[in-house]
Design a protein around this ligand. Sequence first.
Ligand code: URA
Length: 265
Amino acid sequence: MSRHTSLLREMGLAPLWRLRASANPAEHAEAPVVGQPAESPPAPAQPAAPDLRPAVTAARPRPAAVSAAAAPAAPVQAVPDVSGLGWEALERQIRDCRACVLCERRTQAVPGVGDREADWLIVGEGPGAEEDQRGEPFVGQAGKLLDAMLAAIGLKRGQNVYIANAVKCRPPGNRTPEADEMATCQPYLERQIALIQPRIIVALGRPAAQTLLGGEVKIAAARGRLFDRNGIPVVVTYHPAYLLRNPQDKAKAWEDLCFARASIV
Ligand code: URA
């Protein structure tokens, strides 16, 4: 057994992560079109992210945001303009950020980790309990699976890969971040993208996909398509936490990563 196979087996992934005939990236090569709009009819654009949305339609505004309604008198300060910041100043700003209610219960903000000149940018949803404690994204169970997913396509955390989240502070109880929280945090991700200039972005799960592409995204419909985000291709796949609950879909995520790899030009 090769070292690679035994690694996957240890992680409980083999044989699901074996490349199958149907996972041939060439099969995907013709179908998705960079910048192709989604099937769903256009809807009004979200005010928080007006300029990034070539590929999918915009979301309807959510009914009264729970966090906004439940929030105590907000501690919030506006996110300053971070578009000119370098890495150190950006990370300092993220760590000091008090621009939404997520700052109130975090242990620390989790800016991101990895190779700042990576070809690959992986974007998750938000820190969980372990990430909040350790200050690094994807270090819990979902992170172990993410590392195995990366290994399955020959990648390693920190080497040609940068890992970030749509929101940098842990949503209490690991709830899904609210749209307004993701919108508030978005300038940080934008600046990370601008600094890294990745050759491919992989969105893990729906919140990440919606932050990156804008509007309403359904993973099942968005998989296998190549979206264009200001010239950077974006591929959407399942979140590792979902895959832990639905291991039968790991093979699809493996296909998606192969597709992403084949989409790097
Ligand atoms: N899930 C995420 O989306 N991000 C993390 O950093 C950890 C778990």
